[in-house]
Design a protein around this ligand. Structure first.
Ligand code: 9YW
Length: 430
């Protein structure tokens, strides 16, 4: 693990190349995920990329999370894309999201992404509490408002699980979990549009056109109500609670409580503690005895998904899982890993909907691996965690810093010179 602080000149080999990718994708205070494919600032990418910068440039790491949180909306939401510069090579752009009045400058998308930022900031702070106290203290109120927004906007009935209103909000765009909930959405009014992603990446590695029609129908739904959160919660045709988002939010609340306690921000610690109690209790609704793990729950139909995903393992990242369940989960994960060459696949490799190269329907993602391994270590599963860490670096060694990897062959897929893959290698895997 190369988590100790080094100067750029001290980095060699894979580590130096990873740092160069981050520097190459740096646009001055924010980092793009991949220069051609994703030319703006993405929410959870940015947070995770800050960890890579922290290895050799702590100031730059803080800038990354500061620029992300600077785009917070008045209602507390931190958007999933921040369109800092005009750039036509990505679709859907600011016109489709229609947030110019709400987001002011710069325009943003109208949804959020998994709030891993608090977890990252906690780690940046822990490196040198005295040096970073003031910077962290300014960010905590923003994290508090964002986390509160999740409960107000995405769980207004107080069930204890937050919903996503769009697959993109989960960060796991075309997961098989969304197939059925999306199938109820009317896409007839979507019209024609030009996807840009398939101009850059092989279409077999991307969501299908039919998925995109559904994505665009939901963007239109949000835009038509001016991203009104009450209207969305009551009427959005896609409204599901999934373990990845809920686990990451629970972890974020824990880390926010730690920071707020450390920095004497007692009001924030108290609010986060209350939110966490609600989320910890609510998470149980995602457990499916039939599937044998934490799965997506379609809140409009009260129906569990039929497969485990890489998000299921994040329950261990969220917080303590009772020992019997943790042991069962580790055994199932070990079985998964016996079915593929490299873990962790994003979807159950034995499920009929598994697709080893199509984006979130099978491929391995380095930053999900880091979160899974972190949770495993916290549950005493160190060998399994280490296997996942070694797999991650082996994939990068074989196929370079790609967006994601085929768990069966190790082949890289999607974008190249990818920021969060570089960050995870530098911070954790190499
Ligand atoms: C898209 C940037 C983003 C990630 C998401 C990933 C993908 C964008 O890329 O979504 O246009 O499909 O699914 O998690 O933040 O890396």
């Amino acid at each position: 693990m190369s988590q100790m602080r080094l100067s750029l000149d001290q980095l060699t080999g894979t580590n130096r190349r990873a740092a160069d990718i981050l520097l190459g994708n740096d646009r001055g205070g924010y980092t793009v995920p991949s220069a051609k494919l994703y030319p703006f600032q993405w929410n959870w990418d940015s947070a995770l990329v800050a960890l890579g910068f922290s290895v050799f440039d702590s100031d730059r790491a803080w800038q990354e999370v500061e620029s992300l949180l600077s785009a917070q909306w008045d209602n507390g939401m931190v958007p999933h894309i921040i369109f800092w510069k005009e750039e036509k090579s990505y679709f859907p752009g600011p016109e489709q999201w229609g947030t110019t009045d709400i987001a002011k400058t710069p325009p943003t998308s109208g949804i959020t992404q998994p709030p891993v930022a608090a977890t990252v900031i906690e780690r940046l702070l822990a490196e040198d509490i005295d040096a970073h106290r003031d910077r962290a203290a300014k960010l905590l109120p923003k994290l508090d408002r964002w986390h509160q927004w999740f409960l107000d906007a995405r769980d207004p009935d107080g069930r204890g699980v937050v919903a996503i209103m769009h697959p993109w909000e989960s960060g796991r765009d075309n997961l098989p979990d969304w197939d059925r909930p999306l199938s109820f959405i009317d896409t007839t009014g979507v019209g024609t549009y030009h996807r840009r992603d398939t101009d850059i990446v092989n279409k077999d590695e991307r969501p299908k056109n039919d998925d995109y029609d559904h994505y665009m129908a939901l963007v239109r739904f949000g835009r038509d109500c001016n991203w009104n959160t009450d209207h969305i919660a009551r009427n959005c045709p896609f409204w599901v609670a999934e373990p990845g988002m809920n686990a990451i939010l629970r972890r974020a609340e824990r880390d926010l409580i730690n920071m707020a306690t450390l920095l004497g921000q007692d009001d924030i610690a108290a609010r986060a503690t209350a939110r966490l109690a609600r989320l910890d209790a609510g998470f149980e609704q995602l457990w499916s005895e039939t599937v044998g793990g934490y799965v997506t729950l379609d809140l409009r139909r009260d129906e569990h998904a039929t497969g485990l995903t890489s998000g299921s393992w994040l329950a261990m990242f969220a917080g303590p899982v009772e020992p019997a369940r943790a042991t069962k989960m580790a055994a199932t994960l070990t079985y998964w890993l016996s079915q593929v060459k490299h873990g962790v696949p994003s979807f159950d490799p034995n499920h009929e909907l598994f697709d080893s190269i199509r984006y979130w329907r099978g491929p391995v993602w380095a930053m999900i691996n880091w979160m899974i391994a972190t949770g495993l270590i916290e549950h005493g599963e160190t060998d399994l965690a280490d296997r996942i860490r070694r797999d991650t670096q082996a994939l990068i060694d074989q196929s370079d810093f790609r967006e994601y990897f085929c768990p069966v062959t190790g082949r890289g897929g999607g974008g190249t010179d990818f920021s969060w893959t570089a960050s995870m290698s530098l911070y954790w895997a190499a």
